[in-house]
Design a protein around this ligand. Structure first.
Ligand SMILES: Cc1cc2nc3c(=O)[nH]c(=O)nc-3n(C[C@H](O)[C@H](O)[C@H](O)COP(=O)(O)OP(=O)(O)OC[C@H]3O[C@@H](n4cnc5c(N)ncnc54)[C@H](O)[C@@H]3O)c2cc1C
Length: 476
């Protein structure tokens, strides 16, 4: 069956965007080897919406086109709607073992949230609701692939905005009949080279007198003056030795805005720090997006746990008490995150527009815990696999000749033959030691923000009196 959505997705990327890799402008992202495995993965996921066996699990019928669109665009009004969103996130995460973190279902959920609460922003800009409605429908009905780009470049974190070189933080430098002109840069935008649009707004609070830094934009990837500057590619075309890197290198990039004219249609808010901060902190939109991340990390930790179990069994280490303790720790991680997702849905409450919003404290807890769980899970994999990660021949298939019997003898495991054991350790190495694996550890530590500040903000925003009252009641 022809994958029309996948084809349309790939073709749409040849749109004049400026993607820089290895110092060169990429002619057509869809044809570049650094992206081919990843684009194949995404195209196959898109095809699911035309597959009768799963389309109802991951999608719903667009009221405009009558074709299936992804559940990230579903506005939850009931518990059943929330369950349908979860089912779609879970399916995509399972198809990619949780290793593709930005399949756009996160940013799509944020757009869905903005659309669902659009009336709240009318007092700030009377065009907000119509603009966000048009964009939401366009993204939903055209399978648009979206990502976020929120942080300004890491130049000097000790300086406030007003102490910096004025271009160090993205700002509006001009505006005209067509739109606003922005200058600056954003880091990091995962999936940027193959995204259609970027959600761009400040991550940190902007002071009322710094209006030029306050904006909420949906920036098309092919605007003139916008440069997408990629890190090294971690993709491999060697599926046998790098089963994850060959399919899932999402690519991270810095976006440089060299006086980019963003059309008014894509300027949701501009010049109003209070409005922009309200949008940035909007609980409904954030809860819908963060919920997706909690579902994904729970699937990913389950996958890592499966790899750890398989390694322990393969080398006969699963009977040792301390190994069992570590495997049990991985299980507590998986069950805790799973329970937090369930709790966030069970405790969902309607917002003022009757959207059923997952309970934020449970989702925040899941995201914060994951920043510690994932690095710990990788550490446990290392502790159990130990030197076995290095007891893996290069190009094992080359040994089907003179010394193959020696390979079969010395590279076998307790419960598996040499072939399977080698494949298992190659997979595990792609999690713990490859460039892609290291990037994932960094990603899980930081994708939700600096964990120092996200943990602290959980305390700052908590209802502290509900904790201390009992204490004072006891001793006063
Ligand atoms: C692999 C990867 C992918 C990412 N993908 C995306 C994406 O798709 N979209 C997106 O928007 N963002 C993305 N990010 C960015 C992510 O949101 C940030 O990395 C995160 O918010 C931390 O900010 P930073 O990297 O600028 O760290 P910094 O803020 O520069 O922190 C560096 C160090 O200084 C400390 N520090 C800095 N300032 C303070 C302060 N004021 N108080 C206390 N300590 C401070 C930090 O604790 C840390 O130890 C990604 C990051 C990574 C690593």
């Amino acid at each position: 069956m022809t994958n029309h959505r996948g084809q349309r997705f790939r073709q749409s990327l040849n749109d004049g965007r400026s993607v820089w890799l290895n110092g060169e402008l990429v002619d057509n992202v869809a044809e570049h080897p650094a992206f081919s495995g990843t684009l194949e993965t995404i195209s196959n996921l898109f095809a699911g919406l035309d597959d009768a066996s799963i389309q109802q699990q991951i999608g719903f019928l667009s009221p405009k086109t009558g074709t299936y669109v992804h559940n990230a665009f579903l506005i939850p009004r009931t518990k059943d709607d929330l369950a349908r969103r979860t089912a779609a996130f879970t399916h995509w995460a399972e198809q990619t073992n949780g290793v593709m973190s930005r399949l756009s279902d996160y940013a799509r959920s944020m757009i869905t949230g903005w659309y669902a609460v659009r009336e709240a922003f009318q007092p700030f800009d009377r065009h907000f609701a119509e603009k966000v409605t048009r964009y939401y429908e366009r993204a939903r009905d055209n399978d648009l692939f979206l990502t976020t780009a929120l942080l300004d470049p890491q130049i000097n974190r000790a300086k406030r905005i007003d102490e910096q070189n004025p271009d160090a933080v993205l700002r509006v430098v001009d505006e005209n009949e067509e739109g606003v002109v922005v200058r600056g840069a954003k880091m990091i935008a995962t999936a940027a080279p193959y995204s259609h649009d970027f959600l761009v707004f400040p991550f940190h609070h902007v002071e009322q007198n710094q209006a030029e830094y306050a904006h909420a934009l949906i920036v098309p990837a092919n605007l003139s003056g916008l440069h997408i500057i990629c890190r090294d590619s971690f993709a491999s075309d060697d599926t046998r030795n790098y089963p994850l890197s060959s399919q899932y290198d999402e690519m991270d990039a810095v976006l440089v805005f060299d006086d980019v004219l963003v059309p008014w249609e894509r300027v949701l808010l501009s010049g109003n720090p209070e409005a922009v901060w309200r949008l940035r902190m909007n609980t409904s939109a954030n809860a819908l997006a963060y919920h997706q991340t909690a579902v994904r990390v729970s699937v990913k930790l389950k996958f890592v746990t499966g790899v750890a179990f398989a390694i322990a069994q393969a080398i006969g280490a699963d009977g040792f008490l301390h190994v069992q303790e570590k495997l049990g720790e991985l299980l507590t991680q998986v069950e805790t995150l799973h329970a937090l997702v369930i709790a966030s849905e069970a405790n969902a409450k309607p917002d003022e527009f009757s959207n059923l919003v997952p309970a934020m404290p449970f989702i925040e807890t899941a995201r914060n815990l994951n920043s510690r769980y994932y690095p710990r899970a990788i550490e446990i994999l290392q502790q159990i696999g130990a030197g076995g990660f290095m007891q893996v021949p290069s190009q094992p298939e080359a040994f089907r000749g003179s010394i193959s019997s020696l390979i079969d003898k010395y590279f076998a495991g307790a419960t598996v033959a040499a072939d399977d054991k080698i494949k298992l350790f190659k997979l595990a190495w792609d999690l713990v030691g490859s460039q892609l694996g290291s990037r994932h550890e960094l990603y899980e530590r930081f994708y939700a923000g600096d964990p120092v500040r996200t943990f602290a903000s959980q305390y700052v925003n908590a209802d502290k009196a509900s904790y201390t009252k009992q204490v004072w009641d006891l001793i006063r």
